[in-house]
Design a protein around this ligand. Structure first.
Ligand SMILES: C[S@@+](CC[C@H](N)C(=O)[O-])C[C@H]1O[C@@H](n2cnc3c(N)ncnc32)[C@H](O)[C@@H]1O
Ligand code: SF4
Length: 394
């Protein structure tokens, strides 16, 4: 039976706040990529975009008054197309307006085809203290099939150059690539490990709508072959001392990505830049926002209400699913009390769904915490569906 009184959000404290800054340009659009990234066809409007980001931030300030920012993430697109001086200017503008922890994790995504040692040194000097390099593969044939702007040598040189300035860096790899064998996937992992990164993200290549690969699909390894690759990658990285704390994320001890962890633990984030998404909590509601996607439109509208393509309160009925969709991606799951802390709703609302999920072997729990079982991680969608507003209650 459903409760007679409609539950309401009542947050005792606001969650930790992160800042996401989107840079929407790339040298070339990759055929598999559905991110809000636009091929650079003319000169980069770097100065105008910095002004737009600052106007955007100024507009957002009243919604985060008095709050501390714990992490910053420059994502894309390809933020490394911006000059280090520009990144420094953006960080200075952020520090001048928001209380940013002195040792806040500040990450920047880089594409190997856009960087060299001097540029990396410049980013470090600008205040970036964590780098995330989009390697995808160290194999020339696979990089060509992925339409990357760099070859295997470019990938290696970028990592070598990055290491001179950054001790904390992530390498993005993808597996299940066109024509890729298990040995080739593992060889990419071994090459990545040889550079001693603090973090590796290993993504299963997915075919996304609105991409060239969707229109002209390449021949990919079948599901069984990809599952085998995933297991072998997990084993190889575990043996190398990496902790697989989220589906695709592997970290050395103490090196989990704090920014992404905040997303997964249903923390708050302000998103500025073209197409950036945000989630902001208040004592009685949770808001989701999105800026307009197209760079031209964003440049014209930033700092005004017209730049907010979406700004809505999350319906109370949707909050449990939204929380679970993030927290159940984490191998360790979440402390049960965090549900109440982050959604402002009573845990009673999810007890039945948790009971059913436990009975069906999808989660494991004690009175303090909940985590997905091996089966739950494998059938994550089935597990998540149980927290949808219209899911059966008994
Ligand atoms: C914004 S990009 C990283 C930085 C930079 N743009 C680059 O590609 O070098 C984020 C990462 O998402 C991953 N990614 C993008 N599209 C993907 C897809 N269709 N399937 C799996 N991973 C994908 C890639 O590993 C990529 O490095
Ligand atoms: S994968 Fe990276 S470089 Fe390629 S289009 Fe997407 S954001 Fe740009």
């Amino acid at each position: 039976m459903r409760p007679l009184l409609q539950p309401r959000v009542a947050l005792n404290a606001l969650p930790p706040l992160s800042l996401y800054i989107h840079i929407p340009w790339c040298v070339r659009k990759c055929p598999y990529c559905d991110f809000n990234s636009h091929e650079l066809r003319s000169e980069l409007p770097e100065r105008d975009y910095i002004a737009a980001l600052i106007a955007d931030l100024d507009m957002a300030l009243p919604s985060i008054w008095g709050r501390t920012v714990y992490t910053v993430f420059f994502g894309g697109g390809t933020p490394s197309v911006f000059r280090p001086e520009s990144i420094a200017q953006i960080i200075a503008a952020v520090r001048a307006r928001i209380r940013l922890l002195p040792d806040a994790e500040i990450t920047l995504e880089a594409n190997p085809g856009t960087v060299d040692a001097a540029r990396f040194a410049g980013f470090r000097e600008a205040g970036i203290n964590r780098l995330s390099i989009g390697i995808q593969s160290f194999d020339a044939r696979h990089l060509r099939a992925l339409g990357r702007i760099h070859d295997d040598r470019g990938a290696r040189e970028a990592v070598e150059a990055a290491r001179q300035s950054f001790e904390n860096f992530n390498l993005d790899l993808m597996y299940g690539l066109p024509g890729q064998s298990l040995d080739e996937a593992l060889s990419d992992i071994d090459t990545a490990l040889s550079y001693a990164p603090t973090h590796i993200s290993a993504y299963h290549l997915t075919i996304e709508p609105n991409t060239l690969f969707h229109r002209v699909p390449p021949a990919l390894p079948d599901d069984d072959a990809c599952a085998e690759m995933q297991e072998a990658i997990e084993a190889r990285l575990a043996a190398a001392g990496f902790d697989n704390y989220e589906t695709s994320a592997f970290a050395r001890p103490g090196r989990r990505c704090q920014h992404n962890l905040n997303y997964w633990l249903f923390g708050d984030y302000l998103g500025i830049g073209a197409g950036a998404h945000g989630k902001l909590s208040f004592s009685d509601r949770v808001l989701r926002q999105a800026r307009c996607k197209h760079p031209r439109q964003y440049l014209d509208a930033a700092g005004t209400a017209a730049s907010l393509q979406d700004d809505h309160e999350v319906a109370v009925a949707d909050l449990p699913f939204e929380f679970m969709m993030n927290a159940l991606r984490l191998t360790e799951g979440f402390p049960l009390a965090m549900f109440e802390e982050r959604t402002g709703l009573s845990t009673n609302l999810i007890l039945r769904a948790l009971d059913r999920a436990e009975r069906d072997g999808l989660i494991e729990r004690d009175h303090l915490s909940v985590r997905p079982s091996v089966r739950g991680r494998r059938f994550l969608n089935e597990l998540l569906q149980r927290f949808l507003p219209d899911a059966p209650r008994s």
